[in-house]
Design a protein around this ligand. Structure first.
Ligand code: XMP
Length: 326
């Protein structure tokens, strides 16, 4: 386990200078480790995998093959951002896999939260392994493991819900940020030139919007989650709250209530708003969203999101509630 212990002499990376020194050191180490061989990376667009991708692109360019799997549970605009930043701006060798139908078909009718998570985790590994099998000469697998993953869960990213990697993905591991804490990963990402929206983004669960479309996922209710989430994020950004509130998102439960629109009764879903502050997700308090901002968000959701006739604001701290609804 010694090789998984952060060196005691390692200074906490808080300044651009320290981040630049880390980047130079890692680029050199990665070149020495990888040589002329090929590396594979599952690029979700989250901070950790994005920083690993940017480091590897700097070190070995197109010897890195990134695979971005769109499982249909990503937030609005995310796959497009990954393609724009990595393929167009950083010139990455990026394979984009549209697996939306495959995931949603497997999830159809499944309402148990842990079963949903397992299906998403397993399907992700299967899609990734299939893509890997199509490639020749891969020798390394890069991962965005960070230090808390090692401390908390034996190097497996928290909540991955699947065991170790299958034999077909049994490549030598490349984990350039495994001794970094999240705040350090962000400083390094910033210095690597990644956009702020990627570097400072809020935590996003692996199963994505899947755990916010409560119960059995349907495509129309999932769209209601995605559209309302996009409105909430946009209004928080306009109000200068982006990066200040720890996590904020919307949930769409699987029940309906009555409403009225154009003089006709409706029977539609509610959207629940959740905005919490936390240090490490073990406890969370409620963000006091200003009333005027709340009003604006409610109005936009009720007019712009199809199938919704009610907006609620979840005021429950963790504990007793969890941050996510399932
Ligand atoms: P809870 O809901 O347990 O969430 O209070 C604590 C933190 O973990 C995130 N979360 C997940 N992350 N896979 C993930 O990668 C998951 O299955 C998962 N469930 C919850 C949640 O967003 C919050 O930041």
């Amino acid at each position: 386990m010694e090789q998984n212990k952060r060196p005691e002499t390692m200074e906490r990376i808080r300044t651009p200078e320290l981040a630049q020194a880390f980047i130079s050191e890692q680029v050199e180490a990665l070149r020495a480790q990888i040589g002329t061989k090929k590396v594979l990376l599952a690029l979700s667009g989250g901070v950790d995998s994005s920083v690993v991708a940017a480091l590897l692109i700097r070190a070995v360019g197109r010897q890195l093959v990134c695979v971005h799997v769109n499982h249909g549970l990503l937030r609005k605009g995310e796959p497009e951002q990954v393609i724009r930043v990595f393929r167009e701006e950083l010139g990455a060798n990026l394979i984009y896999v549209d697996a939306v139908d495959r995931f949603l078909d497997k999830l159809a009718g499944v309402s148990d939260p842990e079963t949903k998570r397992k299906i998403i985790g397993k399907e992700f590994i299967d899609v990734f392994a299939e893509e890997a099998a199509k490639l020749d000469g891969i020798q390394f697998l890069a991962q965005g493991t960070i230090y808390p993953d090692i401390l908390e869960s034996d190097g497996v990213k928290a909540h991955h819900n699947v065991g170790g990697l299958p034999p077909e993905l049994d490549f030598e591991l490349v984990e350039p940020v495994k001794f970094l804490y999240k705040d350090e990963v962000r400083v390094v990402g910033k210095e690597l030139g990644l956009p702020d929206g990627m570097v400072y983004r809020q935590p996003f669960p692996g199963p994505g919007l899947g755990v916010r479309c409560v119960g059995a996922i349907t495509r129309d209710r999932l769209e209601a989650v995605r559209e309302s989430d996009a409105i909430l994020r946009e209004e928080f950004a306009n109000a200068g709250l982006e990066g200040k509130v720890w996590q904020y998102f919307t949930i769409v439960p699987d029940f309906k209530s009555t409403g009225i629109k154009d003089n006709k009764r409706t029977y539609d879903w509610p959207v629940v708003l959740r905005a919490v502050n936390s240090v490490d997700a073990t406890a969370a308090s409620i963000e006091e969203i200003p009333y005027a901002l709340l009003g604006k968000i409610v109005n936009r959701i009720l007019t712009e999101v199809p199938g919704v006739n009610r907006v609620l604001y979840d005021l429950s701290p963790k504990p007793v509630a969890t941050i996510e609804w399932e």
